[in-house]
Each structure stands twice: as structure tokens, then as C-alpha cells.
Write a protein that binds this ligand. Sequence first.
Ligand SMILES: [Zn+2]
Length: 107
Amino acid sequence: MRWYFIIHLPFLSYAGMAIYPFIFVKKKHYAKDKYIMNHEKIHLIQQLEMLILPFYVAYIGHYLWNLVYYRNHNEAYRNIIFEREAYYRDDDLDYLKKRRFWAFLWY
Ligand SMILES: [Zn+2]
């Protein structure tokens, strides 16, 4: 049984975006892309582990902190701990089976 919903949003500025329990994809066929889906599923698990709302506060807080530090949107975004974990691990399709609780703290 699938524990999340996939929604096609053509106007999205990213390939994918996760807001529990939804994964939004810019293009329909991205829903079949194992790596994009793995990346977004990592975010869904991160959100569940942080009881959802605190995740967004931490995510945006870390982004703003990084923006001051890097003065560059892309660097700031890529260095959010949640993105570091997701980008580092999205090519490992078994990652979620072995991932530890709050694993993002190690990235
Ligand atoms: Zn991401």
C-alpha cells in the first residue's frame, strides 16, 4: 500500500516537492523516476520524524541561515541539512530501508 499521494503540478519551480502526505511533481513521468521519488520520500520521512510542522520551521530557518552565510540561493538551498541528506542518498534506492532516525543530523 502506498503511504503518500503523487500530484502533478506543472507550474512547480522544482522537479519535485514533498509536503506530507503529498509528493508534487512538475512533470507526470517524474512519478516514475526512482531517484526523484526516493529524494522526495526521504523528505517525507524527515517530516514525519519531526512531527511535520517543526520540519518546515527548521527547513526555512536553516535556509535563511545559509542565505546569510553563503549569500547565494542555490548554495543556501543545497546546504540545508535535509537537502544534504536527500541529495547525498537519493541514488541509493535501499537507503530508506536502512536509514536511522533523524539521520539528517549527520549531514
Ligand atoms: Zn530536496
